[in-house]
Design a binder for this molecule. Sequence first.
Ligand code: AMP
Length: 417
Amino acid sequence: MQCKIDSYDFKGKKAIVRVDFNVPLNENFEITDDTRIRAAMPTLKKVLAEGGSLIIMSHLGRPKKVEAKFSLKHILPRVSELLGVEVQFADDCQKAQAQAAALKPGEALLLENLRFYAEEEGKPRGLAEDATDEEKKAAKAVVKESQKGFVKTLADYADCYINDAFGTAHRAHGSAAVIAKCCPDDRMFGYRMEGEIKAIDNVLKNAQHPFTAIIGGSKVSSKLAVLESMLERVDNLIIGGGMGYTFIKAQGGKIGNSLHEDELMPNALEILAKAKEKGVNIYISTQTLIADAFSADANTKVVSSDQIPEGWEGVDAGPESLKTWKDVILGSKTVLWNGPVGVFEIPQFAKGTLEIAQDLADATAKGAYTLVGGGDSVAAVTQMGFAKKVSYVSTGGGAMLEALEGKELPGIAAVKE
Ligand code: AMP
């Protein structure tokens, strides 16, 4: 049964919580960015404050077997510090029955990396390189079968299940999706997950119009499905960043050495035709900042986006484009932004992305709902200090991208079922 974290009575109950503690570590196994651990704290603290106890589970990195460098033990002190209790540790996520059973209200246990078991991802490991399709199929069936026991062991540790790991919601992994089916009793989303779902609904289901999507980033190929999904929903579609040059070249423009994908030019033309048919306004940069090298000390100038000379490449949107886009964004009631509109990692080429962040902040102040969803635009708003000035910044890159494509995410569907 799906429950709500806010109204659930955790008193005396054990909650098993799937979080995303997949944080970056340096060579000394020190956490270099603890954002993901912090993001789970409201949910974890709620359970403890209400008199429940916690069994916390996560993956870390992409181990293919038990590997000390991927142990969640590295992050245990930080979790204890942020949670404000001494968190216990289970060295094997499948052998924690006694530790889980002994937990008293207010106590917490962190399980070792779930991906030390192939059953978490449900994919066979150690297959011979020359394995036939039949052998691969048989091995997959074996893992899928043993996955049932794997998730049951986890579910049996607790009275209720909480999924707060949006970052893995697009994967049908054991602890993030399959487990919900074998939690006969109570299952629910954590606060972070609830926030992400609400943000998705705000743009996909309940968007106020005019609705503008700004899709940037490097390649059309990685955003094709999002562009197509947006055509069904938005009034205005701003296409920025490296991907814009494929559209410009497809329409006969000269793009010099700018990033582009020739094989996607037919798709670009199809998107433009579909937009016309649907009455969606498309805004591709008309003016571009170009550079004669992909580096901070390159020579730069501003030119018309379809007149980029050979030896030069587009690295950021020009002022004329930014002005047009600003007017569109400020006239919108819903704005979604995915992907930077220039090479924002190089400060000289970050102006466009910075201006878009400012436009979103201004639109938010005027009452629009603004979502920064997925990829490097999240890094950009965070780095530039705009995270608190927009309505919502998503934490799940791949998961948000798939949600925006209109796909149902297994981790969300499993709890709702
Ligand atoms: P994505 O992961 O698809 O959102 O792409 C993000 C990347 O696109 C960032 O690393 C940007 O530097 C890059 N990018 C944005 N605009 C351009 C451009 N004009 N030329 C090359 N790369 C770009």
